[in-house]
Design a protein around this ligand. Structure first.
Ligand code: NAP
Length: 280
């Protein structure tokens, strides 16, 4: 008699965590691929993060995702970090190794780059200057992804200019901080514009940015996914720029974790996008 295939458990730790769309993604793929397992919400208070992470192997979990506020705190808890998580300075995916130790990964950069490639399969990071607006947590993943892909010049603009200056220093000479007052001029000759601020998100003001200097061939990406078309993307589309919203990044960043835990690389699909969109 053949043994049952393994039942695999994974989840997302956050505080709060009930808003997370990750269970929709992973449970969809578990069903689609005919696997045995479940992906669950794990509400974990900040002071319990280490206890909860150390309990993963004891409880038979293959690993977990981390969301607010745990992504940075986990850096010093896991047993090892991959080079991307180290560079970004945050962990969003934890894998339990066969010996019970924990490896921290960050898949946001992968998710972002894949979402650009979905929109333009021949997209290349070295096509010309890239302008990134915002210098928060998401911007760190975007910078790491773009540099790994061979970006040659990144102009980093943030409302609080000291943060952009610090981040540019940290990421090296290909990243140059540009002051907030120069943000519209920083679009001149750019091949890609990325908004990583929360401006344009549902309930927030639109991003205050004139696009006149941006070439119409430039790809415009907003990593916000509520709404799917932010005022920035609408303005860009209306003047002829190709655009990318944040839904692809959200879906693609989940794929490497799923592969590590469940053993198969899942694919995005129209059915999955519909499920995620229906949850907003
Ligand atoms: P964060 O660390 O809090 O950073 C927020 C950024 O927004 C900072 O650069 C901040 O500038 C800027 N900002 C806030 N209010 C502003 C204003 N009034 N004018 C100009 N800039 C302003 O947040 P985060 O984690 O990086 O997330 C940022 C956005 O990315 C959120 O909308 C989030 O939903 C989205 N996101 C999407 C994905 C995805 O998978 N698609 C993944 C991660 C994040 P200051 O430094 O001046 O405050």
């Amino acid at each position: 008699m053949s043994a049952n295939p393994p039942y695999t458990l994974a989840g997302v730790m956050g505080w709060p965590v009930s808003h997370s769309r990750s269970p929709i993604l992973h449970n969809h793929w578990i069903g689609e691929l005919g696997l045995r397992g479940a992906y669950v919400l794990l509400p974990v208070q900040p002071e319990q993060l280490e206890t909860a992470l150390r309990a993963l192997p004891v409880l038979g979990f293959a690993g977990c995702n981390l969301t607010i506020p745990h992504k940075v705190a986990a850096l010093s808890i896991v047993n090892r970090l991959d080079s991307v998580a180290q560079r970004i300075g945050a962990v969003n995916t934890v894998v339990v190794e066969p010996d019970g130790t924990l490896t921290g990964h960050n898949t946001d950069a992968f998710g972002f780059i894949q979402s650009l490639l979905d929109a333009q399969p021949d997209w290349r990071a070295d096509r010309g200057p890239i302008t990134v607006i915002g210098a928060g947590g998401a911007a760190r993943a975007i910078l790491a992804g773009l540099l790994d892909q061979g970006a040659t010049e990144i102009r980093l603009v943030n409302r609080s200019s000291d943060k952009a200056t610090e981040m540019a220093l940290e990421f090296g000479s290909l990243v140059r901080a540009v002051s907030w007052s120069e943000r519209s001029e920083a679009l001149r000759g750019a091949s890609l514009l990325v908004n990583t601020t929360n401006q344009g998100m549902h309930g927030q003001e639109a991003l205050d940015l004139e696009l006149d200097a941006l070439p119409t061939a430039a790809l415009v990406c907003d990593i916000i996914y509520v709404p799917l078309e932010t005022p920035l993307l609408l303005k860009a589309r209306q003047r002829g720029n190709p655009t990318v919203n944040g839904l692809g990044m959200l879906i693609h960043q989940a794929r490497p974790g799923f592969k590590a835990w469940f053993g198969a690389m899942p694919q995005p699909s129209a059915a999955l996008m519909d499920k995620v969109l229906a949850s907003f």
